[in-house]
Design a protein around this ligand. Structure first.
Ligand code: DAH
Length: 335
């Protein structure tokens, strides 16, 4: 029996348990009811008393050794499977990092350039009264721009502002010249929604009032803006135009050319893209806002941000800017 014990001990020493299957085999082989150690214990019972003394102790030690090996291996395997259930191979949870909206990218760049030229930034309300949106800006009561078809009227004489020119009035009413400011913001018009026009869009208004400001100052400011914004000395032209609040008035176009289909489409085949309206602030407007036109003069301009963003980022449909599809919006890198 002592020999059997030694053999089993030898086997125990060589046993390797690396998987739960091996653990089960180990148990069956040594410790189960028909396992080698259990059978020895069984035989042990029928030994004569004097032999029991010599075999009893090593047999007990052998049994304990087998149990310890079994327990240790079981614990090790359980630990491993817990680690597996933590599963370090799972995809990490992605953190979505947003991107600046293309309108904001363009707005920020415009602001940066005008800031650099000494302009401050001012804002006004999107719900505006008739005075600030129309009357102070010399729109006669029957002017077509006041038509219900173009303007979203609200209750009690209020409307959603149709342009950021309303902020000019607010600034002139509350600030003494010199005034040098731009006013970015959202504006609303009751237009048929299409790929090219939306019922709301974005403008940046500019206003510079001081003694002796002339049309030359306006042109120089806009030339500087265009070359900073588009990064090259684009050809620019002014066309005579009409706005009730400026005299003289002009519209400014930039030359994109007609080389690509996109340029042709954007410029309706002419190569020229209109980007803003401008002019010298009408004397009556200065008076309406409490500024003495004999002492001060100034220029104003207003440009649309959405069209610039569309031509810059090659966006074909203005509605794509506002349906909040992050696959679309995440393409634009913030600056
Ligand atoms: N408010 C005009 C518009 O929405 C744009 C504009 C034209 C603004 C001439 C001006 C300006 O300040 O001087 O179409």
């Amino acid at each position: 029996m002592i020999d059997q014990l030694k053999n089993i001990e030898e086997e125990l020493n060589q046993a390797e348990i690396k998987t739960s299957e091996e653990l089960a085999i180990f148990y069956k082989y040594f410790l189960s009811k028909k396992g080698k150690i259990s059978l020895l214990l069984y035989d042990f019972k029928s030994l004569p008393a004097e032999n029991k003394r010599t075999v009893g102790k090593p047999l007990n030690l052998l049994k304990r050794k087998a149990e310890e090996l079994y327990d240790a291996a079981k614990e090790m395997l359980e630990g491993q499977s817990q680690e597996n259930s933590r599963n370090f191979l799972l995809d990490p949870q992605k953190i979505e990092i947003g991107a600046r909206h293309p309108i904001s990218v363009v707005k920020n760049r415009i602001e940066q350039i005008f800031r650099y030229m000494g302009f401050g930034i001012s804002e006004g309300p999107e719900i505006e009264d008739d005075w600030h949106n129309f009357e102070a800006l010399n729109f006669p009561p029957d002017h077509p721009a006041r038509d219900m078809q173009d303007t979203f009227y609200l209750e009690k004489g209020y409307a959603l502002r149709t342009h950021t020119s309303s902020v000019q009035v607010r600034v002139m009413e509350t600030t003494k010249p010199p005034i040098k400011t731009i006013s970015p913001g959202r504006v609303y018009r009751n237009e048929a929604v299409s790929a090219r026009s939306n019922s709301f869009f974005h403008q940046v208004e500019g206003l510079h009032i001081d003694e002796g400001i002339s049309f030359a100052d306006l042109k120089q400011t806009l030339y500087s803006f265009v070359s900073s914004f588009f990064g090259r000395d684009l050809e620019v032209r002014f066309r005579a135009s009409y706005f009730p609040f400026t005299e003289p008035s002009a519209e400014m176009d930039i030359f994109l050319g007609t080389e690509t289909e996109e340029d042709k489409r954007l410029t309706k085949g002419t190569g020229w893209l209109e980007i803003l309206g401008c002019g010298m602030v009408d004397e009556q407007v200065l008076k309406n806002c409490g500024i003495d036109p004999n002492k001060y003069s100034g220029y104003a301009f207003g440009m649309g941000i959405d069209r610039i963003a569309m031509s810059l980022f090659d966006i074909k449909d203005i509605r794509d800017l506002f349906n909040n599809d992050t696959r679309m919006l995440n393409q634009f890198v913030a600056e």
